[in-house]
Write a protein that binds this ligand. Structure first.
Ligand code: SAJ
Length: 446
C-alpha cells in the first residue's frame, strides 16, 4: 500500500489501528481512536491488564475523568479489543508504540521494552504500515534503534516497505483524556509525506496544533520541554535554599520576581517526582553526552534530587532546636504521591525523604489519602510523633486542623515542604513552623 492510499484509509477511518502498550498513555489513546470511529487493537504483555480491558474496565488507578466510561463504551461496542499476542497486529495499517522508556542507574536510556516491541512488531508488520512511537525517547532513537530493528525483523526498508515517525505524548496523570485532546503534538515523520499522514491521523482526536517535523526534531522537543521545566524548578529550589540561608522568604521573593516582565519563577519544594521530569532531561542529555560538556542539565537534576535531603536537614534542625535528636525521633510524613491529589508515587520525593530519615535513625510513619498502603487514620499515626513533615500539597491537607495536629504531636513541630500552610496560622495553633525557603528571620516575621 502506498502512503497516499494509507492516508486515504486514515481519512476515511478505514485504517485499522494497533496500539502497543496499554498503560496511562496507550489505553486512553486506543480508546480515543476507537471513539473517533476506528477499529483499534491493543496489545500488552500483561495478561491481567488485557483481561480487565476486555471486560470493559480501566486498569488505570486514580481519578481520570471520563476514562472508565470510555473504556466501557468502546469495548462494549466492539471497536476496541485488547490482546497479548502480536499476531493480532498483522492487519494493522497504523501501529502506535506506547511502552515505558526508563533510564537506568547511570541515567542511560533503558530500552528493553521498546526494543522488544519493535522486534515483535517487525515480525508481523503489514506491508506499507505506518509505525509511530509515542513514548518519550532520546533524540536519535528513531534512527538509531527503532528503524534498524523494524528493518531487520520485517525484512523491509523504511519509506519503502513501511513508514515511520515519532509523535511524543504530552499526557499528565489526572488529565489523560484532556491532554490528549487539548495539547498540541509534533508529528515527526521520516518523510514530509509521512508527517502529513500522521497529522491526518491525529486530526481525528487532537483539537490543538499538529506541527510537522522530522523524527529528530520531535524527539528533541519532548525531551527539551521537560528538561526546561526541571531546570526552572531547580532554579527556584536554589533560590529557596539561598533565602533559607540568609533569612529571606522565597515565597514572597518569588511573588515579587514574577511581577517583573518575562519572569516565571517556578515553585520551590520538597522535590521533583513523577514519570517524566526526573527522566526526560537524561534522555535529552544522552543524545549528546560524548559531544557536549553538559553541566546545566545534570546540575539541575542534582539540585532537585537533593531537595528531600534539604527537607530532612530542616527537620533535623527543628528537632535539635527543641533538643530532640533525629536519631530515635518518631516522625509523621504527610503525602507520598509525587503530585498533589494523585495516587501516582513514581519517583516520589517522599520515598527519598523516608529513606534518609530512617538512615538517620528516626522511626517514620507515612500518610497519604490517595496512595494505597498509606491511607490509615492520620490522627492515629500522628499520636506521639515528634514532628509532622508535609511533602505533598494534597487538597485534603489544606484544611488540616492544625490545633488538633498540635495536640496529637508529642513535640509541636511542623515542617512544610510545599508552603501549603501559613506561618501565622501555624503559630496561632501553637506549632513551631518551618517551611522550605523561609529563613529564621522570615519565620519570626511570618
Ligand atoms: N514541581 C515543583 N515545582 C514546580 C512544578 C512541579 O516542585 O513548579 C514538582 C511536582 O511537585 C512534581 C514534579 O515537579 O513532583 C513534576 O510535576 P509536573 O507538574 O511537571 O507534573 P508531571 O510530572 O506530570 O509533568 C507532566 C509533564 N508533561 C509531559 O511530560 C507530557 C510536564 O511537561 C507538564 O508541564 C506537566 O505534566 C503539566 O503541568 O502538564
Amino acid at each position: 500500500m502506498s502512503l497516499a492510499e494509507l492516508q486515504n484509509k486514515i481519512e476515511q477511518k478505514e485504517a485499522v489501528i494497533g496500539v502497543i502498550g496499554l498503560g496511562y498513555v496507550g489505553l486512553p489513546v486506543a480508546c480515543m481512536f476507537a471513539q473517533a470511529g476506528f477499529r483499534v487493537i491493543g496489545v500488552d504483555i500483561q495478561a491481567a491488564r488485557v483481561a480487565t480491558i476486555n471486560a470493559g474496565r480501566s486498569p488505570i488507578e486514580g481519578v481520570e475523568p471520563g476514562l472508565a466510561e470510555l473504556v466501557a463504551a468502546v469495548v462494549g461496542d466492539g471497536r476496541f479489543q485488547a490482546a497479548t499476542d502480536y499476531t493480532h497486529l498483522t492487519h494493522a495499517d497504523v501501529v502506535l508504540i506506547d511502552v515505558e522508556t526508563l533510564v537506568d542507574g547511570d541515567n542511560r536510556p533503558q530500552y528493553a521494552a521498546l526494543k522488544s516491541a519493535c522486534r515483535r512488531l517487525g515480525r508481523v508488520l503489514a506491508a506499507g504500515a505506518l509505525v509511530i512511537v509515542e513514548s518519550t525517547i532520546a533524540p536519535g532513537t528513531i534512527d538509531g534503534v527503532v528503524r534498524p530493528l523494524l528493518e531487520q525483523t520485517s525484512g523491509r526498508r523504511v519509506n519503502e516497505g513501511f513508514y515511520l515517525g515519532a509523535c511524543p505524548e504530552r499526557v499528565m496523570p489526572g488529565k489523560l483524556l484532556h491532554n490528549l485532546r487539548a495539547m498540541s503534538r509534533v508529528c515527526g515523520g521520516s518523510t514530509p509525506e509521512t508527517a502529513a499522514a500522521m497529522t491526518a491521523l491525529y486530526r481525528h482526536v487532537v483539537q490543538a496544533d499538529l506541527d510537522t517535523a522530522d523524527p529528530l526534531t520531535a524527539e528533541l522537543v519532548k525531551t527539551a520541554e521537560n528538561a526546561y521545566r526541571d531546570v526552572q524548578i531547580a532554579f527556584a529550589n536554589e533560590v529557596a535554599l539561598i533565602c533559607q540561608a540568609v533569612g529571606g522568604d522565597v515565597w514572597r521573593v518569588r511573588e515579587l520576581v514574577n511581577k517583573s516582565p518575562y519572569r516565571q519563577m517556578h515553585r520551590p519544594g520538597a522535590g521533583v517526582g513523577g514519570h517524566c521530569i526526573p527522566k526526560d532531561p537524561w534522555l535529552l542529555a544522552h543524545s549528546a553526552a560524548d559531544k557536549v560538556p553538559l553541566r546545566l542539565i545534570p546540575a539541575a537534576r542534582a539540585v532537585n534530587d537533593g531537595m528531600p535531603g534539604r527537607v530532612a536537614d530542616l527537620t533535623a534542625q527543628a528537632l535539635a532546636a527543641a533538643r530532640r535528636p533525629l536519631t530515635g525521633a518518631r516522625l509523621l510524613v504527610l503525602g507520598y504521591a509525587y503530585l498533589a491529589d494523585s495516587d501516582d508515587a513514581r519517583n516520589s520525593p517522599s520515598a527519598a525523604l523516608v529513606r534518609q530519615l530512617q538512615q538517620a535513625g528516626a522511626a517514620v510513619a507515612v500518610h497519604d489519602p490517595w496512595v494505597p498502603g498509606f491511607q490509615a487514620d492520620l490522627w492515629a499515626l500522628a499520636a506521639g510523633c515528634d514532628a509532622a513533615v508535609l511533602m505533598v500539597a494534597h487538597q485534603a491537607y489544606r484544611d488540616l486542623d492544625l490545633a488538633r495536629l498540635r495536640a496529637a504531636l508529642r513535640m509541636p513541630i511542623l515542617i512544610d515542604g510545599r508552603h501549603l500552610f501559613d506561618a501565622a496560622q501555624a503559630g496561632e495553633a501553637g506549632l513551631d513552623y518551618h517551611c522550605i525557603g523561609q529563613g529564621t528571620v522570615a519565620r519570626r516575621a511570618g
